[in-house]
Design a protein around this ligand. Structure first.
Ligand code: SF4
Length: 423
């Protein structure tokens, strides 16, 4: 088997703390071979499997993984024990579990001839940076990578830099990716300023033509536009940002996607799910009255109370978002093959929008919990909810969602939304 060249993140810790969150949050799609293995394990009620639930159900959403693990009445995986451990793991060991369960929350994405390792922030231990440094986990990661990286992997096509622009080669794409990562390296510059500058220089990048700008010339261009963005966005304005009316609608429509989690009942009835989703979308487009039910952790509160909840942010917000953005950038989890084929520029705008989206969800949690201000716990919970979809919900890859990002960018609302919700 050829050697897999893995690139590990250097800024992230993680170990599983058995909270069972992933076993409640995710639908686990499995192959027919994995189903057969589970069938052979001979599970009975004596093992604590609740009566009248299926171990495995049909998965209509995938041809390669045509089955999924069954669920208990409360929506948790059928194999989740009350102590937060997995029954399969406890009885037969880790290797007996389906691949998706062994991999979570790791994500493996192509980066030229290498495979870069990212982490999903839908896991609370990832968000809280709890556990061993990921850079120390190479042995396990190599084992997991063998399960997902094809034996004959050489490299995939690099992402386009911007819509309709012929791709640069991987070395040039990585020059841009490294410059993006470096934009968030310093921890003595306000995070909001770093993000606004990054959006600003990505805007300048989007105006460039790359037929002759490659190699050292691209490095020179990047130095120039990063310096230009620093001059253009030299400080944070005290003026309240005026987000356009349509921009506010587009933003709320994005939140209606990021804040949504289907209940077991909805999963069992796709028609009902579509109807609830349509009603929620209408409510968010309108943006008045009370919020619709999107997810049990987001209680019904007034839209106006969320908008008015302007009471500052916890001290840890800068560290959290800096690490989050850098992990997504280093993990190539914002464009190309790992992100619905988005070009690098549009993908970065989409990633930047995760900041105001998460902060809006954090306000929603804080208002619902009657907190005096957004707490670090509110913020971390909001990020687990939002990142659950980032790069995984098919709807984010569809034309209408991409159009919302492009609209927000074209009308200059992305920096305004960032400024509005990070104040
Ligand atoms: S959500 Fe994270 S910490 Fe919790 S059980 Fe899953 S992997 Fe472990």
């Amino acid at each position: 088997m050829p050697k897999i060249d893995l690139q590990l993140p250097t800024i992230q810790n993680w170990s599983c703390h058995n909270c069972g969150g992933c076993c409640r949050q995710h639908l686990i799609a499995i192959t027919t071979e994995e189903k057969k293995r589970i069938d052979k394990q001979g599970w009975t009620a004596k093992d604590g499997i609740p009566a009248d639930v299926n171990l495995v159900e049909k998965n209509p959403d995938s041809k390669t993984r045509p089955w999924r693990l069954g669920h208990q009445p409360d929506g948790a995986c059928v194999f989740l024990q009350a102590d937060g451990l997995c029954r399969i793991h406890a009885k037969f060991g880790e290797d007996a579990k389906p691949l998706a369960c062994r991999l979570y929350p790791y994500a493996f994405h192509p980066m030229g001839s290498k495979i870069t390792v990212g982490l999903r922030y839908s896991c609370p231990s990832v968000v809280a940076n709890k556990g061993a440094p990921v850079s120390d986990q190479l042995k396990d990661l190599k084992k997991y990578a063998k399960g997902v990286v094809p034996d004959n992997y050489k490299q995939t096509l690099p992402p386009n830099v911007k819509p309709k622009e012929t791709s640069l080669d991987w070395p040039d794409i990585l020059r841009i990716v490294n410059a993006l990562d470096a934009s968030f390296e310093a921890d003595d510059i306000p995070f909001t300023l770093q993000l606004l500058r990054a959006v600003s220089w990505v805007d300048l990048l989007a105006q460039s033509h790359f037929d002759k700008i490659k190699g050292a010339r691209l490095t020179d261009l990047l130095e120039l536009i990063v310096a230009a963005a620093e001059m253009e966005v030299d400080e944070l304005s005290d003026e309240p940002p005026r987000v356009s009316r349509l921009g506010r609608v587009m933003f709320r429509l994005m939140i209606s996607v990021y804040g949504r989690k289907e209940t077991q009942q909805e999963l069992d009835s796709p028609m009902k799910s579509r109807l609830l989703s349509f009603r929620a979308t209408m409510k968010f487009a309108w943006g008045a009255g009370t919020t619709p039910e999107l997810y049990e952790l987001l209680p019904r509160v007034r839209f106006a109370d969320i908008e008015a909840f302007d009471r500052g942010l916890p001290d840890g917000f800068e560290e959290l978002f800096r690490r989050y953005l850098r992990m997504k950038i280093q993990g190539m989890h914002f464009c190309g093959a790992a992100y619905y084929g988005y070009p690098l520029t549009t993908g970065f705008y989409s990633l930047a929008m995760m900041v105001p989206v998460t902060l809006w969800l954090a306000r929603w949690i804080a208002v619902g919990q009657e907190h005096d201000c957004v707490t670090q716990d509110d913020l971390e919970l909001a990020l687990t909810i939002a990142d659950h979809h980032h790069g995984y919900s098919p709807v984010l890859g569809l034309g209408p969602f991409r159009k919302r990002i492009e609209y927000l960018h074209a009308f200059g609302d992305i920096p305004r939304l960032i400024l509005k919700y990070t104040r």
